[in-house]
Design a protein. Structure first.
Length: 116
């Protein structure tokens, strides 16, 4: 990854995706946007999966999984051997993602208001 270019572009690098979020006004547009992300090699806000049922391993269950922004698992937050990754993640998050997250949250609040 060209880190210098990422720093130079800032949020402009993902501006088209942020604009898609800003354009959400209806439930249909929102669901189309969620479906599109999986075809563009991006993660969706939600993932639909079928796994063995956690309460009965002889059955399958349908799971709706919410995506998130974060490190791979809890060890990255707690174990000393991942301190460098945690520090880099925090710096990136604080510097670059704050604006993006604020825009995304604002869009989600607007969406919730529009479809409720």
């Amino acid at each position: 990854m060209d880190q210098a270019r990422v720093e130079q572009l800032g949020a402009k690098a993902i501006e088209p995706e942020l604009n898609n979020l800003k354009d959400v006004k209806t439930r249909d547009y929102f669901t189309a946007l969620i479906g599109r992300t999986t075809t563009d090699f991006e993660f969706s806000l939600f993932t639909l999966m079928i796994y063995a049922d956690l309460k009965d391993p002889h059955r399958y269950a349908f799971y709706l999984i919410q995506a998130g922004i974060g490190l791979p698992d809890r060890d990255y937050y707690l174990k000393p051997e991942f301190a460098a990754q945690k520090t880099a993640y925090q710096m990136c998050h604080n510097k670059e993602w704050t604006e993006c997250v604020e825009v995304a949250l604002l869009c989600l609040v607007q969406l919730a208001s529009a479809i409720s």
